[in-house]
Design a protein around this ligand. Structure first.
Ligand SMILES: NC(=O)c1ccc[n+]([C@@H]2O[C@H](COP(=O)([O-])OP(=O)(O)OC[C@H]3O[C@@H](n4cnc5c(N)ncnc54)[C@H](O)[C@@H]3O)[C@@H](O)[C@H]2O)c1
Length: 276
């Protein structure tokens, strides 16, 4: 439709709706789905009408969450670093309905170590390898196995099949002292994003990464209010930690907005990590 005077194209609500896909009636697999950010994403997509696979290792929290959400949520004990385990979670997602979306939000530890320590000894290699395994290799493992399954679904009228949202961190861009393993893993996720979006373009699968700043998840709350206030003081606006719901809202948007692809979006209140 063209505007009568300017000749510019008007976007009518019909066109807008076509560019936002429906989460309802789709299946979303969320790794780390019982964690701070993962749970918020699970609740957000479930509220939008999607069925959800909670792929995690935390049995108690995941089972409680699945029970809370009812029959559209299923917990599948999943180790993201293990091929067979992820394949089982993917198979469960396919059984639940049309599996179109994966959200990669697992995590749990970080090995903090300077490259060379005070006493002159080099950092241990196993901490680095373990961190890369969980955050980067685990992300790639889920991405590749989920994408192969999403590729088996029927495309919509525009050739779209679905999307994968990964989770990096602002440490990917300005990791702090001692964070080399975590920062390298997250930078790997950022680097992967455009390549995966290109690789999967012909299959109609998009890839978007979210790079959160400091979010108020239970693991962060464990450091205590005093430390949290210090973190908040370095966040320009709003001067507080991010809410898991804000992450979940961006996840839902990234899944729904079919023109968002191959990009990493910072979600950080303009926070920039300082060296310490
Ligand atoms: N919370 C923050 O401030 C913040 C900031 C930037 C980035 N992130 C990233 O967001 C992600 C989620 O962070 P969070 O704060 O929600 O963490 P969290 O510890 O609350 O949740 C992580 C979840 O991942 C699960 N998990 C751990 N190892 C797993 C494995 N091998 N397979 C499957 N699941 C596994 C844990 O059981 C847990 O439920 C992480 O990748 C983290 O690096 C978090």
């Amino acid at each position: 439709m063209l505007a009568p005077r300017t000749g510019r194209r008007l976007i009518d609500s019909q066109t807008l709706m076509e560019e936002l896909v429906e989460l309802a009636d789709s299946v979303v697999l969320v790794t780390g789905g019982a964690g701070g950010l993962g749970e918020a994403a699970v609740r957000r997509v479930a509220a939008a009408g999607a069925s959800v696979v909670i792929a995690d290792l935390a049995d108690d929290r995941a089972e409680k969450l699945a029970a809370d959400l009812g029959p559209k949520a299923t917990y599948v004990r999943t180790d993201v670093t293990d091929q067979e385990s992820v394949l089982q979670a993917v198979a469960a997602a396919e059984r639940l309905g049309t599996f179109r979306y994966a959200v990669i939000a697992h995590g749990g530890f970080g090995v903090a170590q300077k490259v060379v320590q005070r006493d002159g000894t080099p950092a241990a290699l196993d901490g680095f390898t373990k961190t890369i395994d969980l955050y980067l290799t685990g992300t790639y493992n889920v991405l590749r196995l989920a994408a192969a399954a999403i590729a088996r679904t029927e495309p919509d009228g525009e050739g779209q099949r679905g999307a994968v949202v990964a989770t990096a961190s602002i440490a990917a861009f300005e990791g702090q002292i001692g964070q080399s393993a975590y920062a390298a893993a997250k930078a790997g996720v950022v680097g992967l994003t455009i390549v995966a979006a290109r690789d999967l373009g012909s299959l109609g699968i998009r890839v978007v990464t979210i790079a959160p700043g400091t979010m108020r998840t239970p693991i962060m709350e464990a450091v205590g209010e005093e430390a949290l206030a210090k973190f908040a003081a370095n966040i320009p606006n709003p001067r507080r930690l991010g809410k898991p719901e804000e992450y979940a809202s961006l996840v839902a948007h990234a899944l729904e907005n079919t023109y968002l692809n191959g990009e990493t979006i910072r979600l950080d209140g303009a926070q920039r990590f300082t060296p310490r």
